[in-house]
Design a protein around this ligand. Sequence first.
Ligand code: ADP
Ligand code: MG
Length: 820
Amino acid sequence: MSVSVEPLRKILELEHKRGYVDSAVIGGLDRFLRNWAGQAIESITNPQLLGRFYKLRLVDSSYASLTKQQRKQWAHDVLHLLAELERETGEVKLPQKTPKAESAPATIRPSLAARRRAMESLDSPITVVTGISSSLASKFDRLGVKTIRDLLYFFPHRHLDYSQRKFISQLVEGEEQTIIAHVWQAQEIMLGGRRSTEAIVGDETGNVRVVWFNNPYLAKKLRTNSRVVISGRVGLFNGRHVFESPEWELPEEKELVHTGRLVPVYPLTRGLYPRQVRQLVKRVVDRWAGQLDDFLPPGLKQRCHLLDLSQAISQAHYPEDEALRARARVRLAFDELILLQLGVLSRKRDWQDGQPGNPVSVDRQMLGVFLNSLPFELTAAQHKVLQELLADLQKSRAMSRLLQGEVGSGKTVVAAAGLLAAAADGYQGAFMAPTEILAEQHFSTLCQLLSRVGSQEGEGYLRSYSGLLPRPLTVALLIGDITQVRKQGLQQRISDGDIDIAIGTHALIQKDVEFRRLGLLVVDEQHRFGVTQRSALRQKGFNPHVLVMTATPIPRTLALTLYGDLDLSVIDQLPPGRQAVRTKWLKAAQRESAYAFIRRQAASGRQAFIVCPFVEESEVIQAKAAVAEYERLSREVFPDLRMGLLHGRMPAVEKDKVMRRFRSGELDILVSTPVVEVGIDIPNATVMLVESADRFGLSQLHQFRGRVGRGQEQSYCMLLAEHPSDIGIQRLDLIEKIQDGFQLAEEDLKLRGPGEFFGTRQSGLPDLRMAKLSDVALLEVARAEAIRLFEQDRTLEKPEHHLLAKELARVWQQGTAEWS
Ligand code: ADP
Ligand code: MG
């Protein structure tokens, strides 16, 4: 077996121990299996075992959707199979259906065939390829391959290095090597009770034995005296070298596909076999790669030393050598990145050009009064960001700015200053929070700040302040909690332009609310403020400046990729006097002392968060796990303390109620699933306990930690990890040492790679097949080139950009409309 069964066995054993909750592997068992099975299947040649392999759905498993009982049974069966696979140390190739020879069927007259050819294009279905039947096509379809173009872009996940050609006398045990030899003798033999093939092959330096278990058919193909290329690992049997089930190929005139070179390993699915896929891809690459339009302008290609597209495609599949394979990847990765950059830039261009923005004339004197009234001095970083914000507000192009800043770095006050500036010039502002409780928190913060400058009138959801503007400044909170009548009243006043600043959830920009003169929209703690939302606003005739704020530190490369359409501001400094949260990771044996610690903190009036173990599953299962943990803790560990529970399946009203009780000190401990909202300010909470901490990414752990340490008291973050993996240990060590979120995010990116950094899909990250987000330099180049292109030709209308514009349209229309 070239793929070890050991990891899967370990995982299944862990699953068993944990009660089949699909928690044994980050990202879930199904995802792990897709990778593992794709590789394992390459080395299973016993048809019976292969059959069972498929039957157990190891290739396209749906473990996540099984019941626990079913999972148990399934895991049991898989463990059995693994044991057998291991026993079956040798393998024999499956009989492969070789695709039909490439020639038009006799029934089709040449002219017809020619005509059909003429109509074929890169976007034709793959069935136009000789040898791909519609049933075969449906198998490719499962892998997302529908057209010729898809097949060209269907890249191997790795290559086997069979390029090391050796003479038989030079063969070394245990290494992957290739020989070109004559067949002296090939015959069917019985091996372990199975019909198999044995051959003796030789070159001028010696002979070697080759066996293929379970594959008697080969004996006939390997005719005496024919030449054969053999690639594989050399083993030892009775003190002599032997190839066991190696790749083989009769060289004839053809280029080698399976042996003697860098051989691609493709993702497979049921009914697709490695040799078959290799041959088909080779055929398609040879015939079609040259037809791809190279959409990058020649000047750019030269500047960046990029391969031509068709060469890159063919080298990505069948590289001549390592160096070309690497260059092919660079070219293809560059394509992905520059198309991504061009896409976001053109989106930005569209919303900037389409409609004039709302230039704000900034009243610096008023802002000075406001800032002077604050109980603190702005940090240098806050100042800098405020200046960036004000500069944008004064422009007649709508601002799109992302403000990043650690938890507690003071983003709110900067946003408040922006909202005031807009209000002073007669605009309205909207402040949007992800949850009602956060909206409430912002409302009360803002009111507190404003009440320092002047007198207040009104209470509850609508207040107005005098002293700052020549007229009273009105602030309103719009949340679901208030009665319909009052809500309508507020909506009316918003549309009359009576309300200067409206605070609420995303309901704020929904259909019922009509602003009279919306100038600035602040969106808090939301990664993405979507195109849809923006265009909804624009349909109402607004093109407000938009400031999106987030406390999730995002490494610059990722930010450029995800938010290339936004300008970036960073508050990279905390207000003075903040205490670091003491962070410690604990082993299983220290659980009791962690509980004791929480108890002591509670006794002195502090509060604690407990985050339940990570289960990547449906919300339902997460919720169940949290309920169970909550009950266990309430019954067995903290029967005397006041406990609350929070999970994603609770109705919003319930959630808010629990949060409110926690905030007001009615609860000592809040047990929650990992997904609950961030950003809540509970200064009295001093302990954060995270279960299975080794399973979370660094950024996420940092987020958890950010929920404490907001008050005067020393705060603590305890990370429980029972059996951390090596990488888990690395992460835990890092988070113990590093307090800075951005530094952690960079480390996280290095450790995990970008895909997992956010969970690609949710983040709207497009499918990057070749590009890695650790390709920092390449990304910077792609971005610089994209900007340069836009400067030369903002709408990509010049003839030399025609192909590029076409490719851009193609890529962006393909299911990527939701990159937002
Ligand atoms: P976040 O960036 O996480 O949204 P907030 O805006 O909620 O942070 O600010 C966190 C706390 O820090 C608030 O209580 C706020 O009043 C306070 N604060 C903000 N700026 C400063 C500053 N420059 N000096 C001291 N305290 C500040
Ligand atoms: Mg905040």
